[in-house]
Ligand binder design. Structure first.
Ligand code: NAD
Length: 258
C-alpha cells in the first residue's frame, strides 16, 4: 500500500453522491472514513471493503450527523483510527417534505430538515475545523448545497432554506479558517440521479415525468450522476484547489446560471 495523500471523512456515504465521493477520494489516494445512519451500517461495511480493495485504509462511523456529541466523537474516532483529518466532506442530507407548499409544512417538518441539512453542516465544519487547526498544515472542508440553495423552487421551502444556510456557513467558515490554510467550499448539484431524487416521486410515472422535466430544463438535455459531483469534490479536495474558498460551485447541467 502506497502512503496516503491524506485522510478524508465523508458523511452520508452509504448511497448516492456521498458513496461516489468516498470511492473517488479513495481512487485519488486518500484513506477514507465513512459515515451514515446506523440503519445503513451494512451498506457502509460494503463501502469500507470497496475502499480497502482500492488499496486504501477505511473505517466506518455510523451515527446521526445532526447530533453535537455524535459528530464530535466521530471526528475524534476518525483521528484516533487514521492519525489526522485532511478533508471533511459534509454530504449527508435529507429531502424536504416535497410536494408540500410552505403553507402546508409543519414547524416540526421544517425543524427536521434544518437539523439534518444545516445543523449537521455547522457541526461538521466546527469539529473538522477545530481538528485541522490543532494538527496544523491546512485542510479542505466541503459541504453539500444544492441548486435550490441558490434559487428556491416550488414546494421546497424548508429544503431550500436549509441549503441557502449552507452557503452562509460556507462563506463564514472560509473567512475564519483561511488564516489556518483551510479552504471551505460547497458543491451545488442540480438534479442528480440518486435514491434521494427518485424518492421524491410517488410512482414510476411521476419519476419518469420528473426525469423528462429536468432534462428539458438542462441545455445539455441530461440529469447528472453521482460521479459528476464526485469529480467536483475530488478537485475541491485536491492541493490544486488552494486558491478557491468560500464558494458554492454549481454542477447542474445548466438548469440554473449564477
Ligand atoms: P441520498 O438520500 O441518496 O443519500 C444521502 C445519505 O445521507 C443517505 O445514505 C442517508 O441515510 C444519509 N443521511 C441522512 N440523514 C443523515 C444523518 N442524520 N446522519 C448521517 N447520515 C444521514 O442523497 P443524495 O442525492 O446522494 O444527496 C447527497 C447530498 O447532496 C445531500 O445533502 C443532498 O441534499 C444534496 N443534493 C442532492 C441532489 C440530488 O439531485 N440528488 C441535488 C442537490 C443536492
Amino acid at each position: 500500500m502506497s502512503s496516503a495523500k491524506g485522510v478524508a471523512f465523508v458523511t452520508g456515504a452509504a448511497q448516492g453522491i456521498g458513496r461516489s465521493i468516498a470511492l473517488r477520494l479513495a481512487a485519488d489516494g486518500f484513506d477514507v472514513a465513512v459515515n451514515d445512519i446506523t440503519a445503513k451500517s451494512a451498506e457502509l461495511d460494503t463501502l469500507v471493503d470497496e475502499i480497502k480493495q482500492k488499496g486504501r485504509k477505511s473505517s466506518k462511523h455510523a451515527g446521526d450527523v445532526s447530533n453535537d456529541e455524535t459528530v464530535r466523537k466521530m471526528i475524534e474516532a476518525v483521528v484516533g483510527e487514521h492519525g489526522r483529518l485532511d478533508v471533511m466532506v459534509a454530504n449527508a442530507g435529507i429531502a424536504g417534505p416535497f410536494g408540500k407548499k410552505l403553507i402546508e409544512v409543519s414547524a416540526e417538518q421544517f425543524d427536521r430538515v434544518m437539523q439534518v441539512n444545516t445543523r449537521s453542516m455547522f457541526l461538521c465544519y466546527k469539529y473538522a475545523g477545530l481538528q485541522m487547526i490543532k494538527q496544523g498544515g491546512g485542510g479542505r472542508i466541503i459541504g453539500a448545497c444544492s441548486v435550490t440553495g441558490k434559487k428556491a423552487m416550488q414546494t421546497q421551502a424548508a429544503y431550500s432554506a436549509s441549503k441557502f444556510a449552507v452557503r452562509g456557513l460556507t462563506q463564514a467558515a472560509a473567512l475564519e479558517l483561511g488564516e489556518h490554510g483551510i479552504t471551505v467550499n460547497a458543491y451545488a448539484p442540480g438534479a442528480i440521479d440518486t435514491p434521494m431524487l427518485r424518492g421524491t416521486a410517488t410512482s414510476q410515472e411521476e419519476s419518469d415525468a420528473m426525469t423528462e422535466m429536468f432534462k428539458k430544463m438542462s441545455p445539455l438535455g441530461m440529469l447528472g450522476t453521482p460521479e459528476d459531483i464526485a469529480s467536483l469534490a475530488s478537485f475541491l479536495a485536491s492541493k490544486e484547489s488552494h486558491f478557491i474558498t468560500g464558494q458554492t460551485i454549481s454542477s447542474n447541467g445548466g438548469i440554473f446560471f449564477d
